[in-house]
Design a protein around this ligand. Structure first.
Ligand SMILES: Cc1ncc(COP(=O)(O)O)c(C=O)c1O
Length: 466
């Protein structure tokens, strides 16, 4: 290929590796770097551009993680995209940037828990009091059914800068939790359509859909996430997916699969529900931009939540509706009142506006990265070759496949016996898991580093694999 000529600036706000990553990505999406083309080696490019090997490595790693390029052993790095797939999407670049618990259970690897020890309680209390004073009695009345406009504005700004979501505040509907929003979405889209969901997938969504009386199709996963070929064989009109960090398996959907999925939606005139529940946390490279930002045809409904990034009890989640659905919502469903307290919304608004949110996220990223590191180190140290770690690149949980002849139930019960709570993967399947080896989920967000190491050591003893 011709040499890469990015205009890199050390004075720019963005680090060099992000500038380089953005440049190569843009060239691929624009078709100027062709599908299957070989990229210059790290050494060659670092010499050519006068930047460090680490900078090139970081940019290449991120492109690999997102599936734009792939490493072929002893051959080098190659572009993975098929040229003809790109045209409809290349215009849309972001403009800126269970089981009975033993009474002595002490270490709980619950994937829904977050690090509350580092939640800024004092600041939150101050902001809450300020909201009450400033707004006087105003906050005691019902607010906008879509959520407070100024909070939606902050969310839109954050989504654009951090998750590549392109939307106006008008498109955002705030609600008390993802399940509630999915219920509302069923009404907006229409309950006579088939909704496809990942299998294994988020059981709480499955329950809502079934309780809503919606016809559901369960689509198996492959290495890259939902199997679009199998999805095409159903009559689904909506597909619920977790592309940033598949729940529960943890794979990150590569760009090729994202485009396949968008094509499916376009050809079928269908909707994709992108649940980006923990997209903020990624331990290799920077967070993967959203599917919504890649969608030029308004087929994606983006779902976000403050449950993992702040605290779950706040119950502040939101969805970003494409214009056609927004019209339907505004015509027919504004009769439903806002479900999140105005006081919490106002407090969150102040928290975001004054820059605390960004600082909190950065702090939590560092903290979770350390916990994640300790978890992987401890597993390697205590569990040796009896386990396989799955989905470890992002989020606040991993999946552990265990090969010690115990069943999933035995693994969980023996852990409870030593005071550690872990969770089954099988509940996320709609049918009996066909794979042979049992798997459990370990969430680490709510545990300290020492609890994580101790917990893993105790489990290894209980499983007889130390
Ligand atoms: C897959 C998935 N989606 C969404 C959420 C967030 O749900 P909510 O916004 O209702 O807290 C979670 C849990 O935190 C989850 O695991």
């Amino acid at each position: 290929m011709d040499e890469l000529l990015p205009n890199l600036s050390k004075k720019a706000k963005q680090p060099l590796y992000i500038q380089l990553y953005n440049y190569i990505k843009k060239e691929i999406l624009a078709g100027r770097i062709k599908s299957k083309e070989k990229l210059p080696s790290k050494r060659k490019l670092s010499q050519h551009l006068g930047i460090s090997l680490n900078t090139v490595q970081a940019a290449y790693d991120q492109l690999c993680a997102e599936g734009f390029i792939e490493r072929k052993p002893r051959q080098g790095l190659f572009v993975t995209l098929m040229e003809e797939d790109l045209s409809p999407y290349q215009m849309n670049e972001p403009k800126m940037e269970v089981i009975k618990v033993h009474e002595q259970t002490t270490i709980d690897f619950n994937s829904g828990k977050v690090d509350t020890a580092h939640f800024p309680f004092t600041l939150w209390r101050q902001l809450t009091v300020q909201s009450l004073y400033r707004e006087q009695g105003n906050l005691f009345y019902n607010g906008d059914p879509q959520g407070e406009p100024y909070l939606r504005q902050e969310i839109a700004k954050y989504l654009f800068a951090s998750r590549g979501v392109i939307c106006s505040p008008d498109q955002i509907v705030i609600g008390a939790g993802t399940q509630l929003l999915i219920g509302l979405l069923c009404l907006i889209i229409g309950r006579n359509f088939t909704f496809a969901i990942e299998n294994p997938g988020f059981h709480r969504i499955r329950t809502v859909l079934q309780d809503q009386g919606v016809n559901t199709a369960f689509i198996p996963l492959d290495y890259n996430g939902i199997d679009v070929h199998l999805l095409s064989n159903t009559d689904a009109h909506v597909a619920y997916v977790t592309p940033s960090h598949q729940f529960p398996y943890g794979m990150v959907m590569p760009i090729s699969r994202r485009i396949e999925l968008l094509k499916w939606a376009e050809e079928r005139d269908a909707y994709i529900v992108e649940d980006d529940y923990d997209g903020e946390y990624r331990y290799k490279g920077k967070p993967i931009p959203s599917l919504q930002g890649l969608d030029a045809r308004e087929h994606v409904i983006y779902l976000g939540s403050f449950s993992k990034s702040l605290i779950p009890s706040l119950r502040i989640s939101y969805m970003v509706l494409p214009p056609a659905l927004l019209n339907k919502y505004q015509e027919r469903f504004m009769i439903y009142k806002q479900t999140v307290s105005r006081l919490h919304q106002d407090t969150l608004f102040q928290f975001m506006k004054e820059g605390h949110w960004e600082r909190h996220l950065n702090r939590m990223r560092t903290l979770y990265r350390k916990k994640h590191h300790v978890l992987l180190l401890s597993i390697n140290k205590y569990m040796k070759s009896h386990v396989k770690i799955i989905g470890e690149h992002a989020g606040l949980h991993i999946v552990l496949e265990v090969n010690n002849r115990m069943s999933e139930k035995e693994l969980i019960e023996s852990a409870i016996y030593v005071g550690v709570k872990i969770y089954p993967l099988s509940i996320y399947y709609t049918d009996v898991e066909k794979e042979l080896l049992p798997k459990v989920i370990l969430g680490f967000g709510g545990l300290s580093e020492s609890e994580i190491e101790k917990g893993i050591q105790l489990i290894a003893e209980a499983w007889n694999i130390l």
